[in-house]
Ligand binder design. Structure first.
Ligand SMILES: C[S@@+](CC[C@H](N)C(=O)[O-])C[C@H]1O[C@@H](n2cnc3c(N)ncnc32)[C@H](O)[C@@H]1O
Length: 152
């Protein structure tokens, strides 16, 4: 399966170990690529709309026309079994692309073009933490799909 996550920015040092930990775990089940795209510019100097538009352009370049699932605060709330089923449906199709917003969120164009929108919780996380939580849920999803115990 081709699994790709596109996210503006990069992973900070304090989250780097967690990021590597889950990416390695997922590799047992699927190929995975995390595409970090350029942030839209200085958040203190540029209007939010400009930053989001620039990030959207970078995200669209990486998507190359592929359908995508947007990780979105206002998306559908799934439990982990439902998330696993969603993942399995995409596995049968052979690929899935996830998009996560940047520090300021995501441009409307990306919101409107998403195949589906998934919320991780009603709490707001930094985009980097959203990535770690998504990776953990992907790993959990594969474990559920394969009827494997998951103790940690
Ligand atoms: C800091 S948040 C953006 C906050 C921004 N004020 C907004 O309302 O969109 C950055 C990104 O992390 C992801 N994110 C953060 N918390 C989330 C949650 N609970 N569910 C789904 N995505 C979340 C989303 O992709 C979001 O665009």
């Amino acid at each position: 399966m081709e699994l790709e996550i596109i996210i503006p920015g990069k992973i900070s040092k304090h989250l780097f170990d967690s990021y590597n930990f889950y990416v390695d775990k997922i590799k047992r089940f699927s190929k995975i690529k995390v595409n970090f795209v350029k942030l839209g510019g200085d958040l203190n100097k540029l209007p939010k709309s400009v930053v989001l538009k620039r990030e959207a352009e970078e995200i669209l370049k990486k998507l190359k026309g592929n359908d995508y699932v947007l990780i979105d605060l206002h998306g559908k709330m799934l439990n982990s079994i439902e998330f696993s089923k969603m993942l399995e449906n995409y596995r049968l199709k052979g690929k899935i692309h996830f998009v996560i917003g940047g520090p300021l969120g995501i441009d409307e164009k990306i919101v409107n073009g998403a195949l589906e929108r998934i919320s991780l919780s009603q709490l707001t996380f930094t985009h980097e933490l959203a990535l770690i939580i998504l990776l953990e849920q992907i790993f959990r999803g594969f474990k559920i799909m394969n009827n494997e115990n998951y103790h940690y």
